[in-house]
Design a protein around this ligand. Structure first.
Ligand SMILES: [Zn+2]
Length: 280
């Protein structure tokens, strides 16, 4: 009787530890506005395109109070943000003051920004007279894949031209593949199929086995979208972002009809567990 009681206790203990380890491994994706998402859990977290301010009616943005919580590691189930990324310098994706505050408050965290964005951040850093350069990593904008490791998270960055080159040719828009806790997430920033197809073909190996792709909604609306998504990235789940608050219902319906595995991010704080989705 005694032995069986001990065995039960041991089982409960081991099982309990296994469950708690498993729950620590869950990876959540939480919407921060426009193309901004927070990915991770209370142990490891990455923010991409989340540090931005009000820019125009077409763009959802995080309130200042939410940004303060993110910077201080007190937002929802997330802890300290280990890595903050911006895909490009446009103000609906990047704010230098928020980046500066984040790096200043979190000395063991890093930012990953193209050389072009880093120049803008440097102006802010010089103004504040605090040396944060060690914390900033800059993938060159040269068509190659650049890899970074920090706190057990792997980030791969590559050139991913900005949509509408007639107007935005000089903008360095960088795509990122984030690997955290075994989950692989692609974020392409502001691009479209016309300019991105060649880059995705070039990096096809890197884009195998994607769990998640975060895309601007216009990349899901075209007639050719279904074939291109399947052939070039084929993620388990797609998150549609950059959705204007006044998007027409017919467009939302069009996206959902094109893709079974799409989630439309339209509300700040909208969050899902990535592993849950994977099991479905
Ligand atoms: Zn842009």
């Amino acid at each position: 009787m005694k032995i069986s009681y001990r065995r039960t206790l041991l089982f409960a203990l081991v099982y309990g530890v296994a469950i708690s380890c498993f729950s620590q491994d869950k990876v959540t994706i939480s919407y921060v506005g426009n193309m901004g998402v927070l990915i991770g859990n209370d142990k490891q977290a990455v923010l991409i395109d989340g540090f931005h301010k009000e820019y125009g009616q077409q763009y959802l943005f995080p309130p200042d109070s939410l940004i303060k919580k993110i910077i201080s590691g007190e937002y929802d189930e997330f802890g300290t943000i280990d890595i903050a990324i911006a895909t490009h310098q446009h103000k609906d994706h990047f704010d230098p003051v928020y980046f500066h505050s984040f790096l200043d408050f979190n000395k063991s965290s890093i930012a990953i920004l193209s050389p072009q964005i880093n120049e803008i951040l440097n102006v802010e850093i010089k103004k504040q007279k605090v040396d944060l350069h060690e914390q900033i990593k800059t993938p060159d904008y040269d068509g190659k894949v650049h890899t970074f490791h920090h706190e057990g998270i792997e980030i791969k960055a590559f050139q991913c031209d900005h949509v509408n080159p007639a107007r935005h040719k000089s903008i360095e828009n960088t795509a990122y593949v984030i690997n955290v806790k075994g989950v692989s997430i692609l974020h392409v920033g502001d691009t479209n199929w016309d300019v991105v197809e060649k880059h995705l073909i070039e990096h096809k190996e890197l884009l195998r086995h994607l769990d998640v792709a975060i895309l601007p909604y216009w990349m899901l609306l075209e007639e050719k979208s279904i074939e291109l998504v399947e052939r070039l990235i084929n993620p388990r789940t797609i998150y549609a972002t950059h959705i204007p608050p006044n998007i027409e219902e017919v467009q939302k319906k069009g996206i959902s009809e094109n893709f079974q595995n799409v989630v439309l991010f339209t509300k700040i704080g909208q969050a899902m567990e990535i592993r849950d989705i994977r099991v479905r």
